[in-house]
Design a protein around this ligand. Sequence first.
Ligand SMILES: C[S@@+](CC[C@H](N)C(=O)[O-])C[C@H]1O[C@@H](n2cnc3c(N)ncnc32)[C@H](O)[C@@H]1O
Length: 256
Amino acid sequence: MGDREVSRSLSNLPGSAGQIRQRTDAGHWFEAIAEHTGAAYLRYSFTKGTTQEVDFLVDVLGLEPGMRVLDVGCGPGRHSNELARRGIRAHGVDISTRFVEVACEQGPATFERMDARALPFDGEFDAAISLCQGAFGLLSGDDAIVLEGMGRAVKPGGRIGVSAFSAYFQVRFLEDSTFDADLGVNHERTVVKDEAGNDAEFDLWTTCFTPRELRLLARQAGVEPQHVWSVGPGDYARREPTIESYEFFMVAERRN
Ligand SMILES: C[S@@+](CC[C@H](N)C(=O)[O-])C[C@H]1O[C@@H](n2cnc3c(N)ncnc32)[C@H](O)[C@@H]1O
């Protein structure tokens, strides 16, 4: 399995619907993957484009030193820590205790364990991000809950940036997985390495989207979509959506 496939697989998180503004501690089965992978996550090549991705985030989200950014499903904190190194006050939240531990060891941002289905923030951040399926795209149809929480977390006029897998790409290049045409969820099994190089196999589910669905979901969640672009790991750019890229990046704004 190539690194790109592992990137996709690590992002395949099935989830159940939670109630908006109700804290849930039901856990998430991605925690087992994170427990196994630990800091080895940061060895996969799809994590090596973090600096370019953060350059892009700073540009399109209008980030400046001193601003506060919420990183939802931050994993081992690669974006939060890079933002914090640039003077931006990044706060990462993730359901995996193991990844929160790794994130704290890696750099200067702040982190806490939290379920993205129950974000408690209200107008505290200048921007919010959820990248590489950091919970958004993992909830098997209830992903608007994450967008809604992110929209509420930012100040009026604040922007949110989310990446999401492309349904077009997934179906075009379907190989060793099954795609649920009704739900738009791709299911596969994949092998992931731990820090000592030991393999373990996991079931993975990815919810995939079209740009139109992303815009509809944003409006359902109460934020106004501004852009949807085709992107890839370490290759974030203002690129019109195509069926050739396996990820989209959406920018949306909280109006009031
Ligand atoms: C593929 S990783 C992406 C991590 C990071 N955003 C990145 O770009 O490398 C997906 C992350 O989402 C987290 N996650 C999954 N479901 C979650 C939930 N309900 N609440 C918070 N985090 C969740 C996982 O623990 C994992 O760290």
